[in-house]
Design a protein around this ligand. Structure first.
Ligand SMILES: Cc1cc2nc3c(=O)[nH]c(=O)nc-3n(C[C@H](O)[C@H](O)[C@H](O)COP(=O)(O)O)c2cc1C
Ligand code: SF4
Length: 513
């Protein structure tokens, strides 16, 4: 009987040699006359263990990692096909501490099967949410999502049910659902892992959203740098369509929904929902004035829901398990789970899904294992390139929207980038201004010009002109209050937090650096 061996095929596993490892395993098995069935699953999100090879045994799926091509003959010699011991053996995959500590809801299926395996999706509860939704009225579906307390995971944390209700109640027969899959924040990859490892959860979530608000078409606006996700989505869409989960009469009802993938323009600002809509319409990605909200006047002028991938991929679970089950997780007004992504200088980088409320310290040290360099953690940026920097004194902050806001931070899309004590925070502050200047859509003056002046002011401050600090704070105030969108409006977060928590870095002169 053949033995099933899993080797992930998501972009990060592939980038560290998963394809070569898979080929080496197939070659070695053929050479030894061993019968194996090689399956290419999604990643479980444990980036530091990739390529994470799993073997199906009578004791369950046993893991080995990180496996290099050169390790393959020795793994066969040791008898890994029957789960034998080896220096790379990690035991039952579900018992790996970094997975055991998590509470996987949205990411529950990650790593289990090939992402586009529709039969496996349905066998693990897939489409139960849509089935239940179709048996309810659209108004009740919106109420269920509202009742779950789900807030948008794209950055602004706006209540999803309220957004859907606004669109559902907007006048007009043509409406759209748009998945924001532009994922531009530094240190973020939750959207990508979901699309590569469990694309049907996004497709099902968008279909439920379409039913709830009365939309007949949807678009996935996908980051141009995600070709693996594109392939996976296209394959999953074709399977879903063939099985009747997309198209004119879904689940035997008269509800029809069509869905397409559109590759993004490759600009950070195109993740901002109105710039995204401009780009989807084939125009230059510039931010629109609000109001009107996209829920009233969105794509091609029609009522449109724009939601993040994680938000939409969470909806099937909520419909299948009920709003209360989701609401019971989390804390305060941060209900459910957070998909936190640990990146930068960290030993155990990866994706961790935990209920809101875990402390930053627990995540950084107990789960993340401290820095990769072995030096102390000095600063942590949460919420993308426009997120605030937090210092050691903030590490006991709970990771939820309210606690982070109380400490001047924000969760954003859950990206956490770690820096050790060799970081120069004045340089990081300058980089925030440089990023804003490079990515500005140019529509408003504070962002377009203020960011360039910001770099100059920081340069003068770093050169020893201490009076420039007042000017820098004034400039940040203008950006904060005068910008049209959050790109300019949030650039002061990293700049001011660096200035407030790490003032000494701005007082060192160039020669003392
Ligand atoms: C400059 C900028 C970039 C953004 N990039 C993204 C992005 O890549 N993905 C995303 O989902 N939201 C992004 N957002 C937030 C979106 O504008 C919007 O709030 C979000 O897609 C709504 O979905 P949600 O309610 O599910 O969070 C960005 C916002 C700004 C201001
Ligand atoms: S803040 Fe920047 S990105 Fe946003 S609208 Fe103004 S110029 Fe464009």
């Amino acid at each position: 009987m053949s033995v099933t061996v899993y080797v992930p095929r998501d972009a990060s596993a592939v980038s560290v040699g998963a394809d070569e490892v898979a080929s080496a395993i197939a070659r070695e098995a053929a050479r030894r006359g061993e019968s194996i069935r090689l399956r290419r699953n999604g990643s479980r999100g444990l980036a530091w263990l990739e390529p994470l090879v799993e073997v199906e045994t009578p004791q369950g799926r046993l893991a080995y990692g990180p496996v290099a091509t050169a390790d393959v003959p020795a793994l066969f010699d040791a008898g890994f096909l029957s789960g034998a011991a080896h220096t790379l053996a990690l035991g039952p995959v579900d018992a790996i501490p970094a997975l055991r500590r998590q509470q996987r809801v949205t990411a529950a299926r990650l790593g289990q099967d090939e992402g586009d395996n529709l039969a496996a999706y349905v066998a693990t509860g897939g489409y139960a949410g849509l089935r239940r939704a179709l048996a309810m009225s659209p108004v009740d579906v919106v109420a269920e999502v509202t009742g779950s307390g789900l807030r948008g995971r794209g950055g602004a944390a706006f209540p999803t049910g309220i957004k859907w209700k606004t669109c559902a109640e907007a006048a007009g027969t043509q409406k759209y659902i748009v998945a924001n899959a532009d994922e531009g924040d530094s240190g973020t990859f939750a959207d990508r892992l979901l699309m590569e490892g469990d694309p049907y959860s996004l497709i099902e979530g968008m279909t439920i959203a379409a039913y709830a608000v009365g939309a007949s078409r949807g678009y996935i606006y996908l980051r141009i740098e995600y070709p693996h996700a594109q392939q996976m989505l296209l394959s999953a869409l074709a399977h879903a369509r063939a099985a009747g989960w997309l198209g004119p009469s879904i689940g035997g009802t008269d509800f029809g929904f069509e869905l397409e993938v559109r590759m993004a323009a490759g600009a950070y600002v195109c993740g901002e929902e109105t710039a995204l809509l401009e780009s989807l319409e084939g125009k230059r990605g510039q931010v629109r004035f609000k109001p009107p909200l996209p829920a009233h006047v969105g794509l091609f002028g029609k009522p449109t829901v724009v939601n993040n991938v994680v938000t939409l991929a969470t909806v099937p679970w909520i419909l299948a398990n009920g709003a209360t089950a989701y609401r019971e997780l989390g804390t305060g007004n941060s209900r459910g789970t957070a998909l936190l992504q640990l990146a930068g200088n960290i030993r155990h980088g990866g994706l961790y899904e935990v209920p809101f409320g875990m402390s930053l310290r627990e995540l950084l040290y107990d789960i993340g294992g401290g820095t990769l360099s072995g030096r102390p953690i000095r600063a942590v940026q949460i919420g993308g390139p426009l997120g605030a920097y937090l210092a050691e004194k903030h590490f006991d902050t709970a990771l939820d929207y309210e606690s982070l806001a109380a400490n001047g931070g924000l969760l954003g899309h859950g990206g956490i980038v770690v820096f050790d004590d060799s970081v120069d925070m004045a340089e990081q502050a300058r980089f925030a201004m440089e990023f804003c200047a490079a990515e500005s859509c140019g529509k408003c003056t504070p962002c377009r010009i203020g960011s360039v002046r910001g770099m100059e002011v920081i340069d003068r401050l770093r050169a020893g002109d201490v009076a420039q600090e007042t000017l820098l704070r004034d400039l940040c105030d203008t950006l904060l209050n005068g910008s049209l969108c959050a790109l300019g409006g949030m650039t002061p977060y990293p700049v001011l937090s660096a200035l407030d928590h790490f003032p000494d870095d701005f007082r060192r002169t160039e020669t003392s650096r």
